[in-house]
Design a protein around this ligand. Structure first.
Ligand code: ACO
Length: 431
């Protein structure tokens, strides 16, 4: 409900919509969500069909350019992304300047801003003009190049943020691998001859990337657009989105899920945890959503994908705990009455944990104690960020520029509820 402000400072009607529960900030042709019916479509295509038949990179093209690519369009697109995946060797020094235990999302956020300092052609302040001038094909080509760079380098930067924490050498993006395969390679390669990521994990992670590619005005995408609306370079705008994604109520939720499961420890402890949530002492991470009030369609698809991974990786106590927690919450009136169901992050963590390592890791995994996990999971939100969520924000950004005929700076207002006019009192005269 809006709140009407009537005081001496502001005239007219202004509506307070805290948390943007009912404010649409633009018209979009990209993503359709029906939160009550649990429907998600990209450019009209149901997410279920895309998850089954498409790939992350093909879906990225769809989101950004509006239609599925032909074979030749796809070839050009994937080649451009691959070619732009390499980062300059100077960046290694930048990555090594972080503390050994810096959070990878903090590193990644900074890394996007770092790229902004690198590509001056994308910086309207330095160029003295906007990145895109309506009707000018040359400026469209400049924009495309930034899109290739952002999507191509995102996985490289994410892998570098991961490896620097491990004290490992950086790995140059390999040739001849899929987008997601290349990411896994850059994360996990340890000098093994002819190393290739496990295909089941590669496929699973690719589906997850695709499912996260866009979600209309979520906190991170709208942060990108808000910052981008000042016409700053796209790398800086994406850094803002990355910072937003870091938070535990958003992309950081998958990290929170795993910490929660580790703290619960085993299925027998689930009832006590549920009671603590109901007393508001704890939050059930990975449950609830601002838009989906019945079910999150991505959650089913992630669960299906996770099942593929469990088939090769087996089950362990962490997974048994997650299943017990899921089943208990879905039966409990507290969650049912508030329409709280698993969101995309709940099962996501399991695919993430497994795809984090090579098959060798999976063989070892059954011997790991839960204590082994937090350190390994930290790049969780990072993995999510890498090139997937960004696609949607780029698509929306491009659309904002092209379709509205120009950008209007996002400058919301507030309802002032502070004191009336007061006169300044010098410090010696204050009580
Ligand atoms: N655990 C326990 N209670 C919850 C949870 C939860 N995960 N989520 C919502 N609730 C409760 C609230 O306390 C509130 O109860 P009340 O009406 O008695 O006060 C009611 O359900 C409604 O919740 P809101 O906070 O109004 O929901 P909102 O739309 O503002 O928040 C959010 C959505 C942030 C996702 C919330 O559900 C949450 O914090 N979930 C846990 C974090 C998480 O999983 N985030 C990932 C979201 S998906 C993504 O970003 C990719």
């Amino acid at each position: 409900p809006g709140e009407r402000e009537e005081n001496e400072t502001h005239k007219g009607l202004r509506v307070a919509d805290q948390g943007f529960l009912n404010t649409a900030v633009l018209r979009s042709q990209i993503t359709y969500i029906d939160g009550d019916a649990g429907v998600l479509r990209y450019r009209g295509y149901p997410i279920e069909q895309l998850a089954l038949h498409s790939s992350h990179l093909e879906t990225a093209y769809l989101l950004i350019y509006g239609s599925l690519p032909t074979k030749s369009q796809y070839e050009v697109w994937s080649n451009e992304i691959a070619q732009h995946s390499i980062v300059h060797a100077d960046a290694e020094q930048f990555f090594r300047s972080f503390r050994y235990d810096a959070h990878p999302m903090a590193i990644l956020t900074s890394a996007f801003a770092y790229l902004g300092s690198y590509y001056q052609e994308a910086n309207p302040s330095l160029q003295g003009q906007n990145l895109y001038t309506k009707g000018d094909p040359a400026s469209l080509a400049v924009m495309d190049k930034q899109i290739y760079r952002l999507i191509g380098k995102a996985t490289t930067l994410a892998a570098m943020a991961y490896r620097v924490r491990q004290g490992r050498e950086f790995v140059t993006p390999p040739t001849g691998m899929s987008y997601t395969g290349s990411f896994l390679y850059q994360m996990d390669y340890l000098g093994q001859e002819n190393y290739k990521p496990n295909p089941v994990l590669e496929k699973a992670l690719d589906v997850l990337f695709l499912l996260h590619a866009d979600h209309e005005m979520n906190a991170s995408a709208s942060s990108v657009l808000q910052v981008g609306s000042s016409l700053v370079d796209p790398f800086s705008a994406v850094a803002a989105g990355c910072a937003s994604l870091y938070g535990p109520l958003h992309g950081g939720a998958n990290e929170a899920v795993i910490r929660m499961l580790i703290s619960i420890g085993k299925p027998e402890n689930v009832p006590a945890f549920i009671e603590a949530v109901k007393k508001r002492e704890k939050v059930l991470s990975g449950f609830g959503h601002r838009v989906y009030k019945t079910s999150d369609p991505r959650s089913f698809l992630v669960r299906k994908t996770a099942d593929e991974v469990f088939r090769i990786a087996g089950k362990d106590q962490l997974l048994e705990t997650a299943m017990a927690l899921h089943d208990a919450a879905m039966k409990d009136d507290y969650f049912v009455s508030r329409k709280l169901a698993p969101n995309v992050d709940f099962w996501f963590v399991f695919v993430m944990l497994h795809s984090h390592f090579s098959l060798m890791f999976i063989q070892e995994r059954s011997n790991l104690s839960c204590d082994g996990f937090p350190e390994r999971l930290l790049p969780g939100a990072l993995r999510r960020t890498a090139g997937c969520w960004m696609v949607g924000t780029l698509a929306a950004g491009v659309q904002m520029m092209l379709q509205s005929g120009g950008v209007k700076i996002w400058r919301p207002r507030q309802i002032y509820v502070g004191s009336g006019r007061r006169d300044y009192v010098r410090i010696d005269d204050r009580e």
